[in-house]
Design a protein around this ligand. Sequence first.
Ligand code: NAD
Ligand code: UDP
Length: 324
Amino acid sequence: MNYQSKKRILITGAAGFLGSHLCDRFIAEGYHVIGMDNLITGDLQNIEHLFSLPNFEFYHHDVSKFVHVPEKLDYILHFASPASPIDYLRIPIQTLKVGSLGTHNLLGLAKSKSARILVASTSEVYGDPLVSPQTEEYWGNVNPVGPRGVYDEAKRFQEAMTMAYHNFHGLDTRIVRIFNTYGPRMRLNDGRALPTFIAQALRGEDLTVFGDGQQTRSFCYVSDQVEGIFRLLLSGYSQPMNIGNPDEMTINDMAQEIIALTGNRSKIIYRELPVDDPKQRRPDISKAKQVIEWQPQVSRQEGLMKTLAYYKSLPNEKLRQQDY
Ligand code: NAD
Ligand code: UDP
């Protein structure tokens, strides 16, 4: 395939966990990938294996400022945003800006290039949900002025802005509502439950469960998430779509599973529950099954083994690093 005929895709948040896996996938599919990231929570090591490839380029840029990309663009994936509660509590204004101003810039870029754009939304738009499982029709239960509001409301604004560009300008848009996803390249110290528990177990420390550990989450392995996003982008579906694994479990059970998997003798210790921490979360994925014929393929056992193998392969000093 020559340079002109290759599909060109811009991926924001390219140096992050999901963004880097999406870069890999689109490179493997033969696209020309333009990665963009300001490295506020990302790490160039996640994409350094791509730098020597002719069909990959990288821009170090904050997408909350005007975004310019030379030449044509066929697709945009907007994944730039802090995603872990400790990150968006540490950088609340940047979180609000990338979800609002950043999204506006990328919608404008998509319009000027006549490109299709997919934005990364989140199960957090459902807040602390009063119904379970959560269907896309549920409007959510979000505290706008609580500590998580900076993330939840930025993502809700992102969805509203994306639909406005779709309805008013006829822009070709997609909205994916991502439920908790895990796998290799999550920062060990990003504060999310899974990398935190694995790091603690590997260091032989006790695992810090917040609250009574009876709150639930549903964990999706990264390759399943990437497949869902890939299919949604290429589908004709413009309404929001949940992508996640409906296999719901308590945080206590997840902590126990990780202790058993690592074979270490860590115990569980309990810490205060963060404000507005959702009590339950489980996606209804009927739409994804029906519209894009997608459902998760990777079992938790397999996904956790792969994730653990990745963390074990990291240099010892990374495992010891504890700046949270
Ligand atoms: P991550 O922190 O690993 O990656 C986010 C990337 O965005 C980082 O590389 C960061 O440096 C970059 N970034 C942040 N602000 C930026 C800005 N203003 N300009 C340019 N780059 C910027 O997080 P992740 O888990 O990979 O999440 C990626 C996207 O998926 C986010 O939009 C997040 O809201 C969404 N999401 C993720 C999950 C999940 O479980 N991982 C769940 C729901 C939604
Ligand atoms: N959690 C925990 N211990 C930790 C980190 C998180 O018990 O060290 C809990 C957290 O309070 C939440 C769940 O695990 O109930 C999932 O947290 P995470 O940050 O991974 O994702 P989110 O809350 O955004 O779903």
